[in-house]
Design a protein around this ligand. Structure first.
Ligand code: DQQ
Length: 498
């Protein structure tokens, strides 16, 4: 690994070296947060996946633990220990993961030591030794496991040939013997588009079912839920080896089925926030991590010696419009150092400086008139040739807005992905827009009125570091803008290959 790697994040979790992809086994176990992840310690490419492991007491600073799962010399996971979850089996930490053998994956179990450092694979693996009868499946892997009415329930991500992605439901008394109940919900691969970000794919990776807590204010101020409970089924749309985007259904889990009400995009960055997994912490918060894939070539990853970034932990709640509201957990603010602040003022076409540097946290609160567009420029050179531009537009009439990320001038390297990203943002009658932007070298996470847009950018010039805000059209009032430098989450030297 290069000593001064311009693109390696410093306050997002990255693997010690090599390749990182999905978050796995998320849990808060006896007070300590555990983050496991898909890991290839020996190269920056996806191959013979292990489970890496790190712990934290604050969700922002991490300690590397020994690798938790290594593919077997032989056996059902000889070609990789793919994604899965960790559950508390009456005091025994237990992992359910997808053992890969050849080009197939089957569910496997491992039990952990009290500190969750050492894992013993179940001699009965794979615990489900074939696909359910009578269904022609496109793929079969990844797990969501929970306790319900004294029994275990499990979803396995899959797809039904000729129809679309699906979540297959099982139940069990002991996490080892599973009964197939049936498909919980199946998508329709003839609907939606890849460009529109709403195609549900031919297979659902990393299915995750939960009931989100209500966002502040979502209860109409009564302190009680005024709507029926809403359940959420998250999945990542996949097709023929291509990772597309994370989506979620809102609806109602009814035991053996899921009654969908609507489909939504989880993150407008698409594949840059892939394979999310969530967990509930001891404070009852629903926290999700996702994998920020690279937007550069395999050769560039190998040259860097590492690949893949874990998102910051995000709080997800249900907003008053029945959609998920996302925000970094409040703990992220503990990494803030120097602060720059702008008081209320009319925004003009003259860029307002929001500081400079590769590690920043920005909070911008605005009021936009109808038909207004503003631009937040990031990682910009003094002459403006290199810049990453986030545009926020409030529609001319009616409610609603759009955010767009323009990466066409983000890098001088023509081999990196420069495709734009965009999505809709709720803007109420008052025109209020609240932006939170976290820049960490090549990792970028944007939250606009609770909607997320995640991406990667690879600035080239040493001075492509400035941030600024300006008015493009219409009229906008800045309520407040604050910009902080962010400290490293790895204050000391980090050992390789723990
Ligand atoms: N990554 C894992 C699979 C999962 C995919 C393999 C999602 O279990 O389906 O590394 O990115």
């Amino acid at each position: 690994l290069a000593e001064a790697d311009r693109h390696r994040p410093r306050f997002h979790f990255v693997s010690p070296a090599g390749w990182l992809n999905d978050p796995n086994g998320l849990t808060q176990w006896q007070g300590t947060y555990h983050l496991f992840y898909q890991y290839n310690p020996t190269s920056a490419l996806h191959h013979r996946i292990h489970w890496g492991h790190a712990t934290s007491t604050d969700l922002v600073t991490w300690t590397d633990r020994p690798v938790a799962l290594v593919p077997g010399d032989d056996g059902p996971d000889r070609d990789g220990c793919w994604s899965g979850v960790l559950v508390d089996d009456d005091g025994t930490p237990t992992i359910l993961y997808s053992g890969r053998h050849g080009d197939r994956e089957l569910p496997c179990v491992a039990t952990g030591s009290a500190d969750l450092d050492t894992w013993t694979k179940d001699p009965g693996n794979p615990v489900i030794d074939g696909y359910p009868e009578g269904l022609e499946l496109t793929a079969y892997r990844d797990h969501c496991v929970w306790r319900e009415n004294g029994r275990w329930r499990q979803l396995v991500g899959s797809g039904i040939a000729g129809r679309g992605g699906t979540a297959l439901l099982y139940d069990s008394d002991d996490l080892r013997t599973w009964r197939f109940v049936g498909p919980l919900l199946t998508g329709d691969a003839t609907r939606g588009t890849v460009e529109g970000g709403d195609w549900t794919g031919t297979m659902w990776e990393c299915v995750d079912l939960f009931r989100p807590p209500l966002a502040e204010g979502a209860d109409g101020g009564t302190g009680h839920a005024v709507t029926d409970p809403v359940d959420v089924l998250v999945f990542s749309a996949w097709d023929e080896g291509v990772t597309h985007h994370p989506l979620y259904w809102t609806g109602r889990y009814r035991g053996d089925s899921f009654e969908p009400s609507a489909l939504h995009r989880l993150d407008y960055g698409g594949r840059y926030f892939y394979a999310p997994q969530s967990f509930r912490d001891s404070a009852g918060r629903r926290i999700v991590f996702g994998w920020l894939q690279e937007g550069r070539t395999d050769e560039a990853m190998v040259a860097a010696g590492w690949s893949g970034v874990m998102s910051l932990p995000r709080l997800v709640t249900l907003g008053p419009d029945g959609l998920l509201v996302q925000a970094p957990v409040p703990e992220v603010a503990s990494l803030r150092a120097e602060e720059e602040r702008h008081a209320a003022q009319e925004l003009t076409a003259d860029p307002l400086s929001l500081g400079s540097g590769d590690q920043r946290d920005l909070e911008v609160s605005l009021v936009l008139d109808p038909g207004t567009a503003i631009e937040l420029a990031l990682a910009t050179t003094p002459d403006g040739t290199e810049t990453t531009v986030l545009q926020v537009i409030r529609a001319d009439r009616g409610e609603g807005g759009t955010i767009t990320l323009d990466r066409s001038r983000s890098s001088l390297d023509p081999s990196v992905d420069a495709s734009p990203r965009s999505g809709s943002v709720p803007v109420g009658d008052d025109g209020a827009v609240s932006l939170r932007v976290l820049v960490d070298h090549s990792a970028l996470e944007v939250f606009a009125n609770g909607r997320a847009l995640t991406a990667r950018t690879y600035p080239t010039s040493a001075d492509a570091r400035r941030a600024s805000l300006r008015l493009v059209a219409g009229s906008a009032r800045l309520v407040r803008a604050t910009s902080w430098t962010m400290r490293d989450t790895w204050p000391g030297p980090r050992p390789l290959y723990p």
